[in-house]
Structure formats: structure tokens, C-alpha cells
Design a protein around this ligand. Structure first.
Ligand SMILES: C[S@@+](CC[C@H](N)C(=O)[O-])C[C@H]1O[C@@H](n2cnc3c(N)ncnc32)[C@H](O)[C@@H]1O
Length: 261
């Protein structure tokens, strides 16, 4: 089971909903109740609660993450929600389906619990783009991403096929928008930027995901060594104040309506 820290979720979601245009089809101002499944530490739940005058509830199987929310929460499994049929106007998830072996089963469960609509916000991790002042960074990020997308046991690129997924489980009138989450690093660097540079120099990303990447032991040893070398160059450029990086993660936002039962 893949686990996430509140620190990781806060860092990776920073700025994602600084612009909420892509959430327009959620029609939050008109919903009386919203359930956010796989809410983690509540990065999206808080955004929903700000725009929705009704009841917003977070659900996750990880009780440690739920402790970070200052909203009603319930510990629950996405495949088997502890609510009767038609309990919430809108059931939402963000970056949950990419982590589930059976995303269709979870969407069917959301459809059971939703009175009006079901929505999903999911990335296409195969289409992430990285530009960097360190020459090797973009190339190595692409190699690591390709090995991960091919090796991991869930579809981490499913954002781009949300339309088909929602339609497949019987949702109607599916609307899809795209929100490109752009993250930039440049001087002056934040504490988080300095930590990220240190992680690169240690090769943490390759070590922690190694079991989920395709390739022989020798391939992955070589990738980690090249990654650490790239990381040391990042640290040098950070010290000189010249390091710059831009990453774009495409998120797809899809909403479908529940058919009359
Ligand atoms: C990548 S995190 C996303 C968290 C949050 N939605 C966000 O975007 O910041 C995935 C979340 O799904 C939760 N999760 C994974 N499988 C689950 C399941 N079967 N039932 C409920 N929650 C699950 C994890 O505990 C984690 O909090």
C-alpha cells in the first residue's frame, strides 16, 4: 500500500488551486453536501469547503492524514463507503484513482453514494514536463518517469482518460477541463527548495521508487548514480544562486451526473 506524508501532499499541491477556474463544473455554490474521498491531509477538501456553503466531509483510509483536517472526516475505504445510497450531492476525489488497482470499482461506489454528480481530479503522470538549468535533469526526470509509469501497478497516467472512465461507469453529461499545475524554482530559494536539492543529491526519488520501476538492477544503479551526480550539480547551482527549474503536471478535472435510479 502506497503511503503519503502530509508534508509531501502539502508540497506537491502548493499553488494547484490558486486558480479554481477548472473546478467550475463542480457547481460548489449550489451543492448542499460534498464528500472528498481519499482526501489525505485535505489539500482539495479545504478548497471545496471555501466555495461550498453546505456540508463538506473528507474521507480517507489513513487516519494520520485525516488528523490534519479541521473539517468533518471519516475513516473509510473508497471501495466501500460507510454511507447509504444518495448521501451526498457531489462525491469527489483528487489523485486517488491513479493510486487504486481498480478505479472503476471506486467510481461505481462514488456513483452509489452521490445524489447528483461524481467528479475526479487526476494527473497524467506520463505527460509531466521538466525544464532545468542543470542539463541532465530533464532527461533523467523523463527516464525515471518512463520507468515508473511502465513499472508501477496502477495507472498513474489515467487523468487523460477520465472522460471514458466516468462514461464507462454510467455517468452522464461528462465535462472535462484541464489544469496545468506549474511549479517554478528560482532564487531566492525556500527551505523546501533547499531540501529538494538535498534529496536529489542523495538520489532519494530513485531509491524510494526503485521497486516500482522497470529495468535491471544495473539499469537502476546507473540511473541513481546519474541522478545523484545531477543532484550535486543542482546543489552547486543553488549555492551560486543560478538554479532554475520549471515543472508542469497536467491535471484533468472531470464531472459526470448520476443517472436517475
Ligand atoms: C496522492 S494522495 C491524494 C490526497 C489528496 N486527495 C490530495 O490530492 O492532496 C492519495 C490518498 O488516497 C488515500 N487512499 C489510497 N487508497 C485508498 C482507499 N482504498 N480508500 C481510501 N483512501 C485511499 C491515501 O491514503 C492518500 O491520502
Amino acid at each position: 500500500m502506497r503511503r503519503f506524508s502530509a508534508d509531501y501532499l502539502e508540497r506537491t499541491r502548493e499553488g494547484l488551486w490558486a486558480d479554481t477556474d477548472a473546478l467550475a463544473d463542480f457547481q460548489l455554490a449550489e451543492r448542499e453536501s460534498v464528500l472528498d474521498v481519499g482526501c489525505g491531509s485535505g489539500e482539495l477538501t479545504r478548497v471545496l469547503a471555501e466555495a461550498c456553503p453546505g456540508r463538506v466531509v473528507g474521507a480517507d483510509r489513513d487516519h494520520q492524514l485525516l488528523a490534519h483536517l479541521d473539517l468533518p472526516v471519516v475513516r473509510a475505504d473508497a471501495y466501500s463507503l460507510p454511507f447509504p445510497d444518495d448521501s451526498f450531492d457531489l462525491v469527489v476525489c483528487q489523485a486517488l484513482l491513479v493510486n487504486l488497482p481498480d478505479p472503476e470499482a471506486a467510481l461505481r461506489e462514488f456513483t452509489r453514494v452521490a445524489r447528483e454528480s461524481v467528479a475526479a481530479v487526476e494527473p497524467d503522470n506520463a505527460a509531466v514536463r521538466v525544464e532545468s538549468t542543470v542539463d541532465a535533469e530533464s532527461r533523467l526526470a523523463r527516464e525515471a518517469r518512463e520507468r515508473y509509469v511502465a513499472g508501477v501497478d496502477t495507472d498513474v497516467a489515467l487523468g487523460s482518460r477520465l472522460d471514458a472512465l466516468l462514461t464507462e461507469v454510467g455517468l452522464r453529461n461528462v465535462r472535462v477541463r484541464r489544469r496545468d499545475h506549474e511549479k517554478r524554482v528560482a532564487a531566492p530559494y525556500s527551505a523546501a527548495d533547499l531540501e529538494a536539492a538535498g534529496r536529489k543529491a542523495r538520489g532519494d526519488a530513485i531509491r524510494s521508487r526503485r521497486g516500482e520501476m522497470t529495468g535491471s538492477e544495473a539499469d537502476l544503479d546507473r540511473l541513481r548514480e546519474a541522478w545523484r551526480e545531477m543532484g550535486r550539480e543542482v546543489v552547486d547551482q543553488v549555492q551560486a544562486g543560478s538554479y532554475e527549474r520549471r515543472e508542469v503536471v497536467p491535471f484533468y478535472v472531470a464531472v459526470g451526473d448520476v443517472s436517475d435510479r
